[in-house]
Design a protein around this ligand. Structure first.
Ligand code: NAP
Length: 325
């Protein structure tokens, strides 16, 4: 089968379409004919050799796909050949076929095109588990989504809104801000021209945000704690601005705030299955009702994989970029 593999090393590594051997589904696994594969920032790191796939995963990138079930491994009873599914992967999604644990798949949600459905698994699972499991976001709380225009952020804005929270999102520029508003953001802060902490305070009568979802990390840590309300929760899920920052512990204590971080890819199969199951139960009905939808910036063929990753790297993408075999 064809897969998008990494050739070369380090910052000059490229993605090329090549022939690889497909896997066979083992116990509890299914083989899926891929319709579309979602592109993630982790793939940029993997291409540069900085984020090796976990043991057992294929060498090529790809954390999520949509497609059609082609074959069942032993012991799989809740999927049928021909079912249209989406899957959260440990890796290997940039290929014509992929083997995945059935427990990390969900049926294609009603009302969503099969190709576009690949925009959902990673962003929805990340947004759901961080907002609900980790941050315990409540209806009528204020959620600040840093990077509301991104793949994860555009989903977090929609989910936060659907969960009844008041959503403040950041976006780079007026067009991106307008699109965040369309997704359900009550207030959008243009981080290029406005001070985010001041804007969050102004939007909350000085109180701050109950939950901050942070895709940036690094030196923003201090400001993000300043943006928190008393009892607030800051969840760091991305390090686009670096892995270290300075934390004012006195401010943290005074606010009785929590700062934490999570990673999805390294979680156990059981934890991933639990997140996927919760998403199927709680988010899929919202998708079927049109209240949460995939946000697709571009659909590109495998041969343009480097261009697809470039759309994330340059900041051009709003929402998700998809690769099609
Ligand atoms: N921990 C996990 O389990 C997990 C899972 C999935 C993803 N992630 C990570 O989460 C991060 C976001 O992923 P993604 O797929 O959403 O990436 P993405 O689609 O490339 O989005 C990145 C976002 O960052 C925003 N941004 C860039 N510079 C900014 C700045 N200086 N201030 C404010 N916002 C800025 C961009 O918005 P504007 O250009 O509009 O400002 C854009 O919305 C990545 O680092 C990814 O690796 C983590």
């Amino acid at each position: 089968m064809r897969a998008v593999t990494i050739s070369g090393d380090g910052p000059t590594a490229k993605l090329t379409t090549s022939q690889v051997e497909p896997d066979e589904p083992g116990e509890g696994e299914i083989l899926v004919d891929v319709a579309s594969s979602g592109v993630n920032r982790a793939d940029l790191l993997q291409r540069a050799g900085l984020y090796p796939p976990p043991p057992g995963a294929p060498a090529w990138p790809g954390l999520e796909i949509s497609g059609t079930v082609a074959r069942l491994g032993a012991g799989v009873s809740d999927r049928r050949v021909g079912d249209e599914v989406v899957a959260l992967l440990d890796g290997g999604g940039y290929a014509e076929q992929v083997v995945v644990r059935a427990s990390q798949t969900l049926p294609r949600p009603d009302g969503v095109d099969l190709v576009d459905a690949a925009a959902l698994p990673e962003a929805v699972c990340t947004a759901w588990t961080n907002l609900v499991d980790t941050a315990r976001l409540q209806a009528d709380e204020t959620l600040l989504v840093l990077g509301g225009s991104g793949g994860v952020g555009s989903m977090a804005v929609q989910l936060g809104h659907a969960l009844g929270a008041r959503v403040v999102a950041t976006a780079g520029g007026p067009e991106r801000a307008a699109r965040c508003r369309e997704l359900g953001a009550d207030v959008v802060v243009d981080h290029r021209t406005e001070d985010v902490v001041d804007a969050v305070r102004a939007a909350t009568d000085g109180r701050g945000a109950d939950v901050v979802l942070d895709v940036l990390g690094g030196g923003g840590l201090g400001d993000n704690v300043r943006a928190l309300a008393p009892g607030g929760r800051l969840v760091v899920i991305g390090l686009q601005q670096g892995r270290t920052g300075e934390l004012d512990l006195a401010r943290l204590m005074a606010k009785r705030a929590l700062v934490t971080g999570t990673l999805l890819r390294s979680r156990s199969p059981q934890e991933k299955a639990a997140i996927v199951e919760a998403v199927g139960e709680h988010v899929w009905p919202l998708v079927a009702a049109g209240r949460v939808r995939p946000v697709v910036h571009a659909r590109l063929p495998f041969d343009e994989a480097d261009r697809a990753l470039g759309m994330l790297e340059s900041g051009e993408a709003f929402g998700k970029v998809l690769l099609l075999p």
